[in-house]
Design a protein around this ligand. Structure first.
Ligand SMILES: [Zn+2]
Length: 285
């Protein structure tokens, strides 16, 4: 595996796990769900910028106030999207550095190329391309618009993606993508047809994780019970939940043969408040 393929697969691991945990619809996929999730989870600031003297597409700054991403406010929306995912790439791929600036001069730099691969995959994941192009027969324009990417970005993403499966068939791939842009999808269809099972299998390797789901739900509402997640009754899961965040506590109450296990955020509810909420649910069972 070369290092760009490694970045490609690292990106998919994080993204596919997220898609499974959140039960994201493949046909309604939009990078924004994942982007917002990462930004919130890591307290990243996102803001526009503008420099009149020289053009900087995007910036990542890490300092004592935390991490912030910024993007050129005068760029087209699709370009801003690419930039934001690129900045997120530096963060998620744990690139070493406190300052990354995107300009036309540094695109050959290795870390910049890695961030570009990350961005392309997050904007246009393999499984989403397969669903839209092969199963849903969407046109190039429809795919481009629904994923909020530029024509150029989708074009190069399709070439890169297909090259991974059809090495040495560059001209055939290029022709299939070009005719797809013109509205004829027979050739790209054939290419997707033979690799569809591999793409699906890769996606289904990931299963929703109880810990992630519970964590995300508690972050939103502060409290969940085994009525929503029956596996919470299994106390073997408690250790992992508590280990995943110092704010999470777990307990179990029972009455007249019925029981409820529950998890709460100790910053949002005291032990007593959480217990009362659980008792009410037990009463209503
Ligand atoms: Zn960069």
């Amino acid at each position: 595996m070369n290092c760009m393929q490694e970045v490609n697969s690292t990106t998919k691991q994080a993204l596919y796990q997220f898609m499974k945990d959140q039960d994201i619809s493949l046909l309604k996929y939009h990078f924004d769900h994942y982007f917002k999730f990462c930004v919130q989870e890591n307290n990243i600031q996102v803001l526009p910028h503008h420099f009149s003297s020289h053009k900087i597409e995007g910036l990542t700054v890490v300092d004592e106030f935390g991490t912030s991403f910024s993007y050129e406010r005068d760029n087209p929306k699709v370009k801003q999207n690419f930039t934001l995912c690129h900045e997120l790439g530096h963060f998620i791929l744990k690139h070493d550095g406190n300052y990354f600036a995107e300009s036309i001069d540094n695109q050959e730099n290795l870390l910049e190329r890695e961030a570009n691969v990350f961005s392309a995959v997050v904007l246009m994941p393999d499984i989403v391309l397969l669903s839209k192009i092969y199963y849903s027969c969407e046109t190039f324009h429809q795919v481009q618009n629904s994923l909020a990417v530029s024509k150029q970005a989708l074009f190069f993403r399709l070439l890169d993606f297909l090259r991974k499966y059809y090495s040495g068939k560059d001209s055939e791939i290029k022709q299939a993508v070009e005719t797809y842009i013109e509205g004829k999808n027979a050739s790209i269809f054939r290419l997707f047809h033979d690799i569809r099972e591999q793409i699906i299998e890769e996606f289904h390797q990931f299963q929703p994780s109880l810990i992630n789901q519970v964590k995300q739900r508690v972050r939103k509402v502060g409290f969940v019970t085994s009525l929503e997640y029956p596996e919470l009754s299994n106390q073997d899961n408690w250790q992992a939940i508590k280990a995943s965040s110092i704010n999470l506590k777990t307990w179990l109450i029972y009455n007249k043969g019925k029981s409820i296990a529950y998890v709460w955020d100790k910053e949002k509810f005291s032990d007593k408040e959480a217990r009362k909420k659980a008792e009410l649910q037990l009463l209503l069972m």
